[in-house]
Design a binder for this molecule. Structure first.
Ligand SMILES: Cc1cc2nc3c(=O)[nH]c(=O)nc-3n(C[C@H](O)[C@H](O)[C@H](O)COP(=O)(O)OP(=O)(O)OC[C@H]3O[C@@H](n4cnc5c(N)ncnc54)[C@H](O)[C@@H]3O)c2cc1C
Length: 337
């Protein structure tokens, strides 16, 4: 659909950051339009159980939480469209957002919350057993592995940080790394090597993740081992483990914004403390701009903050006009990196 309507706020992405931005801008009477993308609810939608989102002491499933996010945003006037954004043009104002369904939308402000994608191992068992022993988040799932033995895959800072964190719960953490040395920072390496609960499988890759149960009689599957390959000797063997934590990289979904917004070397959209991007009127929240915290609550909090800033921007726009705001932010703000 293409008409002359200019939206006050378009939100790109339906993870915790996007839905929370929709709730806040909805309650500010801005009638936000949220474009969901292909993963409605974002990463949390594939989470089996969320126990660390405040307000739900019994915990709830990821899809249940997403449903509540959406209901609450819609209650305050947010409009949700199941569409994918193909292209944006932030060099003109109102901004232009083009979607896969052929829509050419225009908006006074945009909140980008396209999140990130955890790199996968792409081995059999990984997708099937995500949430049943395969995890991409120690902070989220470590608690479920009290007294258990787990594998951590990776050799960078995330793998070591999360591996060290997991030793608070697991009786043993085996770090499986395809090289014979770690990429992680020296300080993390020192901490990991000093931790008696962490063991190492060097020059080794995971070939398959194996589970028991899940055979249709109502019992969920449960990871029991990983099939490992020693890259030096070629030996292939099953290694018992109750969980496999994968930390082989995290890719922000920012390709769409190349040439439009300032993006750092790792692909994260650059924001200031108020979630402004390099273009006045375009805000970014959640994992698309946050390589550090990566939680539902932090992403939701950043979505709320970006929404409050968008509301403030729209007030200033009405009073001063876009050219003046952009001029006050300096020439760099008008020229996307
Ligand atoms: C398996 C797993 C379990 C987890 N468990 C927990 C947990 O228990 N507790 C916790 O706090 N955190 C958990 N996390 C982390 C948490 O899910 C993330 O931190 C959070 O979802 C990030 O929110 P976000 O809104 O920034 O982005 P995301 O959740 O990544 O959502 C991004 C959204 O952007 C959309 N999108 C992307 N590109 C486009 C486009 N071009 N056009 C339109 N839309 C687009 C996607 O469809 C998606 O809706 C888990 C993560 C994973 C992977």
């Amino acid at each position: 659909m293409s008409d002359n309507t200019v939206e006050q706020v378009i939100i790109i992405g339906s993870g915790p950051a996007g839905y929370t931005a929709a709730l806040y801008t909805g309650r500010a009477n801005l009638r936000p339009l949220l474009l969901t993308g292909n993963e409605v609810g974002g990463q949390v939608a594939i989470t089996y159980e969320v126990e660390n989102y405040p307000g739900f002491p019994e915990g709830l499933t990821g899809p249940q939480l997403v449903e509540k996010f959406q209901q609450q945003a819609e209650k305050f006037g947010a409009r949700i469209e199941y569409d994918w954004v193909n292209e944006v043009d932030f060099s003109q104002h109102p901004f232009v957002v083009r979607t896969a369904s052929g829509g050419e939308l225009r908006a006074e402000s945009v909140i980008v919350s396209t999140g990130a994608t955890h790199r996968k191992l792409d081995v059999p068992g990984e997708k099937e057993y995500t949430g049943f022993g395969v995890s991409y988040c120690g902070t989220c799932d470590g608690f479920f592995f009290r007294g258990k033995e787990v594998i951590v895959v990776g050799g960078g800072d995330s793998a070591l940080e999360e591996g060290i964190f997991l030793t608070k719960f697991a009786s043993k953490v085996t770090l499986v790394h395809r090289r014979d040395e770690l990429r992680a920072s020296k300080i993390l390496q020192d901490r990991a090597f000093a931790n008696p609960k962490i063991a190492y499988k060097w020059s080794t890759v995971v070939e398959r993740i194996n589970a028991a149960g899940g055979d249709g009689n109502g019992t969920p599957p449960k990871v029991v081992s990983a099939t490992l390959r020693d890259l030096k000797s070629g030996e292939v063997y099953d290694f018992p483990a109750d969980g496999v934590f994968v930390f082989v990289g995290h890719t922000p979904n920012s390709q769409l914004f190349n040439g439009q917004l300032a993006i750092d070397d790792a692909g994260y959209i650059q924001t200031d403390r108020r979630y402004h991007t390099s273009v006045p009127g375009v805000f970014a929240a959640g994992e698309i701009q946050d390589p550090i915290f990566r939680q539902v609550i932090t992403s939701a909090g950043q979505g709320a903050a970006a929404a409050m800033q968008a509301e403030k921007f729209l007030g200033e726009l009405e009073a001063h006009g876009y050219r003046q705001i952009a001029a006050e932010r300096g020439p760099a703000a008008l020229t996307p990196a």
